[in-house]
Design a protein around this ligand. Structure first.
Ligand SMILES: [Zn+2]
Length: 374
């Protein structure tokens, strides 16, 4: 059966089979290679996205660290309590008195409280005593003397705890006499009031262009700037930021503009309590209060406790740089008519403030004007 033709056919068939096998094998390897290539490509993509993500997370903190200080430095100087207070929020407290001398067996006293603005939404008060063995205070502000000594009674706005006012309380033993005010006398005569560098415009007196308000010179009852003047407000803002930046001190306005009407009430309350002579040493008669000018600020704490504090020392040395003077300096009561008030600053503009500060004189001495009730 095995003829040469059959043999030939057989070997050709075998060759065909080998060829098929080789082709299939080649195809298999091609497929395998293809799959490997696809897998490699997708892996490469994955690693790339991971790398990109890493790069992104690295760049985010950089941009943040660049932008945050900029926005901070832009916004911080603008944020002041006055500017950020929403309407109807309590912004200040004025009391009918800030000092009280009592015998330990005296009847309780109660200061009248004026919350500002007059249309504040919530005018609730929170009262506290720094030393309840000396004097206690109830929730209405009734101060009862307990034992001889000194303490402070503080009233805070329930709505805005940043706003408060303080009464300095001194309690004396039953038998001890209360302090009698010294006799005050300005060395400048009344003739000094009629000079050609003193002008009266619309009932307001100016000496060399500086508005003059003291015991001799008064403001008309209808003079009502309705708050601090823009120059005073701006200068005080600069002063506050400098105190904070240069010395880390927080200065704020405890009391600034006071209307004629408010002063009528304040002064009468003092007279009823301490007598006219004593009241004239620390409170101005209506029209004679510098607070009515809108150029005066009582800083932080309108009371003797503010004297000699770090804030008072900084204010005394630096307020002239911003156009303010400490209006009633130490040992100048004979000229100013008021005892030392480290907290009461008056805006006179930078030029005058520097001249007056450098002279070491108070305003009345510097301009040779009296401060005496007629
Ligand atoms: Zn004052």
């Amino acid at each position: 059966m095995s003829t040469p033709n059959r043999k030939k056919r057989k070997s050709r068939k075998k060759q065909k089979q080998i060829l098929h096998f080789l082709l299939l094998t080649a195809l298999f390897f091609c497929l395998l290679l293809g799959i490997l290539l696809i897998l490699r490509h997708s892996f490469a993509l994955e690693t790339r996205t991971v790398q990109e993500f890493v790069v992104e997370t690295e760049t985010i903190p950089e941009t943040e660290s660049e932008t945050i200080p900029e926005t901070e430095s832009e916004t911080v100087p603008e944020t002041t309590e006055e500017e950020t207070l929403p309407p109807g929020m309590v912004s200040g407290i004025t009391l009918s008195f800030y000092h009280v001398h009592l015998h330990e067996d005296d009847d309780p006293v109660m200061p009248r409280v004026f919350m500002e603005p007059e249309d504040a939404i919530d005018i609730s008060e929170i009262w506290s005593s720094s030393d309840e063995t000396v004097a206690i205070v109830d929730e209405n502000g009734t101060i009862t003397p307990e034992n001889p000594g000194n303490c402070t009674i503080c009233v805070t706005s329930a709505m805005n705890p940043a706003v408060s006012a303080t009464v300095m309380v001194t309690v004396y033993p039953k038998e001890e006499a209360l302090p009698v005010p010294e006799q005050i006398c300005s060395p400048f005569s009344e003739e000094d009031n009629t000079r050609n560098d003193i002008q009266v415009i619309g009932g307001i007196t100016y000496v060399q262009g500086v508005m003059l308000v003291n015991k001799t010179y008064s403001l008309p009852a209808d003079y009502h700037p309705d708050g601090l003047t823009p120059e005073t407000s701006e200068a005080f803002s600069a002063l506050r930021h400098a105190a904070s930046d240069e010395a880390g001190l927080r200065l704020f306005s405890e009391s600034d503009f006071r209307s004629y009407r408010t002063q009528v009430y304040l002064y009468e309350s003092y007279c009823n309590r301490d007598g006219k002579e004593a009241a004239d040493r620390f409170s101005a008669r209506p029209g004679h209060s510098e607070h009515q000018t809108g150029m005066v600020i009582d800083v932080n704490w309108a009371g003797d406790a503010f004297n000699d504090t770090e804030e008072a020392v900084w204010l005394e040395k630096n307020c002239w740089r911003f156009g303010f003077i400490v209006r009633f300096p130490r040992e100048k009561e004979a000229f100013t008519g008021y005892k030392y008030e480290s907290w009461h600053i008056r805006y006179v503009g930078e030029d005058w403030a520097k001249k007056i500060y450098d002279s070491g004189l108070c305003l009345e001495e510097y301009f040779h004007v009296s401060s005496r009730y007629s």
